[in-house]
Design a protein around this ligand. Structure first.
Ligand SMILES: C[S@@+](CC[C@H](N)C(=O)[O-])C[C@H]1O[C@@H](n2cnc3c(N)ncnc32)[C@H](O)[C@@H]1O
Length: 192
């Protein structure tokens, strides 16, 4: 009996130490961060605080539930590539507002996402080459059998390792509007 209690408490202590250590590491990362990569996935960037719901990230956060743990004006750059579409428009606006809060004056937010207008044009044009393209792995880029199915899966699909699906798609105008609502003064489109 005593032995069991001792074992349990040792396990608990070790877990407490592990959690405490994780908290200290997270606290150090958060307090020093100056460049933020939101929803990094497997593309972790050097010199950035790479955030994702997946456990490989430098900082594990579910941005559906938590906003950014950084101080006002703490950062010079916030990037978010192929991910703002994983949030509702309302949550997207909250995240962009929070990016604005943590950026220093003159700081830059760089967001990239699939372009609703471009994909819609490809659908209207019945662009088979686009919709039936393959990934390097040999798998279809878009799930589904017909172009209509593939167009739908683009809207509702793209499940990530964190079990999240796409929720909202933007063209430049609609995404730029959220940045303006969030307080950004200069919003530009960059074609890559
Ligand atoms: C299509 S991937 C893009 C990954 C990376 N930015 C890139 O360019 O390759 C979308 C990422 O968003 C992350 N994500 C989706 N919902 C999230 C959430 N609620 N909180 C944090 N990350 C989330 C996913 O885990 C996934 O890594």
């Amino acid at each position: 009996m005593l032995k069991l209690i001792a074992k349990k408490s040792l396990r608990r202590t070790l877990r407490w130490i592990k959690l405490r250590r994780q908290k200290i590491v997270a606290h150090t990362i958060v307090s020093k961060a100056n460049r933020i990569n939101l929803c990094c996935g497997s593309r972790k960037l050097p010199d950035f605080c790479n955030i994702d719901i997946s456990t490989d990230a430098d900082l594990v956060l579910d941005l559906e539930k938590t906003l950014l743990p950084f101080r006002d004006n703490q950062c010079e750059i916030v990037i978010c590539i192929s991910a703002i579409n994983y949030f509702s428009r309302q949550r997207g606006l909250q995240i962009i507002k929070d990016a604005h809060r943590i950026l220093e004056p003159g700081g830059v937010a760089r967001f990239a996402t699939q372009d609703l207008r471009l994909i819609a044009q490809k659908y209207i044009k019945y662009d088979k080459d686009f919709f039936f393209q393959k990934l390097v792995s040999g798998k279809d880029r878009f799930e589904g059998e017909t172009i209509g199915d593939k167009f739908n899966s683009w809207f509702y699909g793209y499940k990530t390792s964190g079990g999240k699906y796409c929720k909202y798609f933007y063209d430049f105008e609609s995404l730029a509007l959220l940045f303006k609502k969030a307080g950004f003064t200069m919003v530009e489109k960059k074609d890559i």
